[in-house]
Design a protein around this ligand. Structure first.
Ligand code: 6PG
Ligand code: NI
Length: 192
């Protein structure tokens, strides 16, 4: 890891960083229990463990003062009426924020804090989202054809807490409805 200034690029159309240290692939199987329609999820998984999203990380020491960056690519798709999404997480050091810049595609960020307050923000090219400390976050791709690509930056010492969301789920679901995108209450939410 260089301790000298460094530059990387995000070349269109892929936006895959010219330099990255880690490439994560998340498939349907890693989102067990997160999609609302469990029956359809099982049927889809039995056919194929499809690739749902990918993350390209530019690593730095996981220390306060450093900033971790990267690209998150959520592919188009649905489980039943529910759009493809990331696992979602609180930061292990919960008092750490995050900034997202949407580079391509369309979608939304589902967020909630430990009190169970929820918020859903639209993501579109050029939109910058500030996720304050204490807010869990999940990216959702609502385009039928295009990947949702975001550039993210967050403090080096944040870490990830996935277990809380795996246990509770998020309070809101993002579904495809007759009239377009529907944000609905998650009937299986274990409200904190
Ligand atoms: C982070 C960022 C971001 C996130 C990806 C994948 O804290 O690292 O929020 O990089 O990890 O968008 O989402 P999941 O971490 O929820 O799988
Ligand atoms: Ni995060």
């Amino acid at each position: 890891m260089p301790d000298t200034p460094f530059t990387f690029t995000l070349p269109f159309p892929t936006l895959i960083p010219s330099h990255f240290d880690n490439h994560i692939e998340r498939r349907l199987s890693s989102l067990k229990g997160q999609f609302f329609d469990l029956d359809t999820y099982q049927k889809m998984l039995a056919v194929e463990d499809s690739l749902v999203y990918e993350v390209y990380e530019i690593r730095r020491p996981e220390a306060a003062g450093e900033i971790l960056t990267g690209i998150s690519i959520v592919h188009p798709g649905k489980v039943g009426r529910e759009f493809y999404m990331t696992k979602g997480h609180f930061h292990a050091v919960i008092d750490t924020a995050e900034v997202y810049l949407c580079m391509k595609g369309e979608g939304c960020m589902v967020m909630e804090n430990p009190q169970g307050e929820t918020s859903v923000a639209s993501l579109y090219p050029g939109s910058v989202l500030y996720v304050p400390p204490r807010w869990a976050h999940r990216s959702v791709c609502t385009s039928r054809q295009q990947d949702l690509v975001t550039f993210f930056a967050y403090p080096g010492h944040s870490g990830h807490d996935y277990s809380t969301i795996e246990r509770q789920g998020f309070g809101k679901l993002v579904l495809e409805g007759e009239k377009g995108i529907e944000i609905v209450d998650n009937p299986r939410w274990n409200k904190p």
